[in-house]
Ligand binder design. Structure first.
Ligand code: GDP
Length: 369
């Protein structure tokens, strides 16, 4: 009798366990449906119809509204002044001395070099300041310095982002840079700027070597209701980039932003990888902007990396991240000179909307306090 009882209980437990297993397998499948003919999958933004069934209200992710341009710019201008103000104030104090002797000019030079302005631009600036302040003995040092800094930063460069495509195709923004520079974060922040401007966006998580980067980007997308195309860890970055742009073309979105892998491997490897990513994308739509992300705190090292990337892809704009954590804003000048490409965006914090277009006037004013 007891044996029968144990047998029946055993069968019941097995049945329940099997049932639970099947259910959870089914649920997993529903979360990540493979797209037809490819191992690349997309994380679509939650639709209103799906949201209640998949997740009841307490856990349904709310779609955020990114900060608008005007408020973002005012807020970030203050942050820029806080991090960079020291440089301009230091220069002004030196230039305002009663006698500009050789020691003072040397200190001015040191101040500029310490702020990563670079040797040649520093020399140019000092020469110009010397000439102008000698010729016009009563010139206002602040006004002269402002003008000279503006011309050094260059007000003539076109700093607009090419985020629109032609012939009904989306604009394609390829974002490159070494790991840790803030590349994935920047892709997320760019998506928010585009969403704030009412543009439709698809993101491609082609940094497939780091599962964390893919997850991170998926979260950025979810937060603002933007679709993220991703592949399994270690899959071919080019195939994810291809699928992302295909998705963007199919859906008729305005812009596709593609994150790329940033392993600092040898130049040939990098060239193969980024070259292939760009080639396959361009089977669908031309790449309209290639942004190189550089960490402003890395100084000369950053410049060396920048050179490698610019030799591998045609960089059209630079994003300088972590300017909030560095007083060395002179890197703006140095990197533009090094690559002959304008700084287009600056990262000023870890917050979701802490990315701003680079504006030379605002930058120089922040330097001068
Ligand atoms: P990736 O490896 O290049 O993709 O770098 P991530 O996007 O993962 O960023 C690396 C770290 O830098 C993260 O902790 C980011 O929050 C941080 N970061 C990115 N941009 C900025 C910035 O402008 N300012 C500051 N303070 N931190 C930033």
């Amino acid at each position: 009798m007891a044996d029968w009882l144990y047998l029946i209980i055993g069968i019941a437990v097995l049945g329940v366990a099997l049932g639970v297993g099947l259910l959870s397998a089914g649920r997993r499948r529903r979360v990540e449906p493979p797209s037809a003919g490819s191992d690349v999958i997309t994380t679509p933004p939650p639709t209103e119809a799906e949201a209640p069934a998949e997740a009841p209200s307490p856990v349904a992710p709310a779609v955020e509204t990114p900060e608008g341009t005007a408020s973002r710019l005012t807020r970030l201008r203050e942050r820029l002044a806080r991090s960079q103000g020291g440089l301009g104030r230091g220069l002004l104090a030196l230039l305002s001395r009663d006698r500009l002797d050789e020691d003072t000019w040397e200190s001015i030079e040191d101040t500029l070099l310490t702020a990563d302005v670079g040797v040649k631009p520093t020399q140019e600036l000092v020469d110009n300041l010397r000439t102008r302040l000698r010729v016009a003995g009563d010139a206002d040092p602040r006004a002269v310095l402002r003008e000279e800094l503006l011309s050094l930063v260059d007000t003539e460069l076109d700093r607009r982002l090419s985020v629109s495509g032609a012939d009904g195709k989306p604009g394609v923004v390829l974002v490159v840079g070494v790991n840790g520079s803030g590349k994935t974060t920047t892709v997320g922040k760019i998506a928010r700027i585009l969403v704030a401007e009412d543009r439709s966006v698809v993101l491609g998580a082609a940094d497939t070597f780091r599962a964390a980067a893919v997850e991170q980007l998926a979260t950025w997308g979810e937060r603002v209701g933007v679709e993220v195309v991703r592949g399994p860890e270690g899959s071919d970055p080019a195939s994810v980039a291809f699928e992302a742009v295909r998705e963007g073309v199919d859906r008729g979105v305005d812009t596709v932003v593609v994150d790329t892998a940033g392993r600092l491997q040898n130049k040939a490897g990098l060239m193969d990888e980024l070259g292939k990513v760009k080639r396959v994308i361009e089977k669908q739509a031309p790449v309209t902007e290639v942004l190189l992300v550089l960490d402003a705190t890395t100084g000369q090292n950053g410049l060396v990396q920048a050179r490698v990337f610019s030799e591998v892809v045609d960089v059209s704009g630079i994003v300088l991240t972590k300017l909030d954590g560095s007083a060395k804003g002179g890197i703006v000048v140095a990197v533009q000179r090094e690559l002959g490409v304008p700084v287009k965006l600056v990262g000023l914090g870890e917050g979701a909307d802490d990315l701003a277009p680079f504006d030379p006037g605002a930058f120089v004013d922040a330097l001068l306090g």
